[in-house]
Design a binder for this molecule. Structure first.
Ligand SMILES: CC(C)(COP(=O)(O)OP(=O)(O)OC[C@H]1O[C@@H](n2cnc3c(N)ncnc32)[C@H](O)[C@@H]1O)[C@@H](O)C(=O)NCCC(=O)NCCS
Ligand SMILES: Nc1ncnc2c1ncn2[C@@H]1O[C@H](COP(=O)(O)OP(=O)(O)OP(=O)(O)O)[C@@H](O)[C@H]1O
Length: 200
């Protein structure tokens, strides 16, 4: 059976940077933010349910989801976010299971999921990797690299598990407060252990 690796971390902690390097090293990466986009493509049942729950105003003129518009609603209102998750998460889970099955028995499959802990998926992983940075670093990267306001950045952080909750689920912690070069070297080290687990 494929080795199932959960990769998580708070928003802007560096998960995508880590998963891109793991993919280059040979992992099959399942990107949950990508799946969350795939399940709301025009014509999907999830998009219809979102329009029913949040109104036609969250559908753009070209029929796609108005992501910034819906984000502004759900990250300001925990019950709205719960409703959105109740629509999208079952479809995301199904798609992830299919992608994992497609990967084949010898693959190292990395579930790159910002909500691994929140979705209760950590226990089903062989290894859980947490990319860890303190909150001020998350905020600084969201503001400087993505042009978010500090308020929006903090709202997203507040919608996620705490740093402590994530660290409690970790088998491996990747500290990403250093340089990109240091991060890359640390990922190479983690990868060696993933492909030779008996050496851990
Ligand atoms: C609200 C939406 C439309 C906003 O879209 P937007 O393009 O602005 O953000 P994007 O999807 O690229 O997510 C960026 C980051 O926001 C954070 N985030 C996204 N969804 C959630 C959530 N439900 N709870 C907490 N944080 C979240 C994650 O850190 C993610 O990496 C979108 O995030 C969404 O549909 N979320 C619900 C689906 C979901 O839970 N996705 C997360 C992976 S399972
Ligand atoms: N060690 C680092 N030093 C400086 N910048 C970094 C470092 N690691 C990542 N970054 C930058 O921080 C930003 C967030 O990284 P990345 O997109 O990998 O995070 P993420 O956890 O995948 O975010 P999200 O939760 O939104 O998907 C990116 O612009 C990335 O280039």
């Amino acid at each position: 059976m494929a080795r199932r690796v959960g990769l998580t971390g708070g928003i802007a902690s560096g998960k995508s940077t880590v998963s891109a390097r793991l993919a280059a090293l040979g992992a099959v990466v399942i990107d949950y933010d990508r799946l969350a986009r795939d399940v709301v493509e025009p014509g999907s049942p999830a998009l219809d349910l979102i329009a029913d729950r949040f109104g036609a105003g969250v559908i753009a003129a070209d029929g796609t989801l108005d992501r910034p518009g819906l984000g502004a609603v759900v990250f300001a209102d925990p019950s709205a976010l719960k409703d959105l998750e109740a629509i999208t998460h079952p479809a995301i889970r199904d798609l992830a299971a299919r992608r994992e099955a497609d990967a084949g028995p010898d693959a190292v499959v990395v579930h790159d999921n910002p909500l691994l802990v929140e979705m209760g998926a950590a226990a089903a992983c062989d290894v859980v990797i947490v990319v860890d940075v303190p909150e001020p670093v998350q905020v600084a990267r969201m503001v400087s690299d993505r042009g978010m306001t500090e308020q929006d950045a903090r709202a997203r952080i507040a919608a996620q598990a705490s740093r402590e909750e994530r660290l409690a689920a970790a088998d491996v912690v990747i500290d990403n407060t250093g340089s990109l070069e240091q991060l890359s070297a640390r990922i190479d080290e983690v990868w060696k252990d993933l492909v030779a687990p008996s050496a851990q």
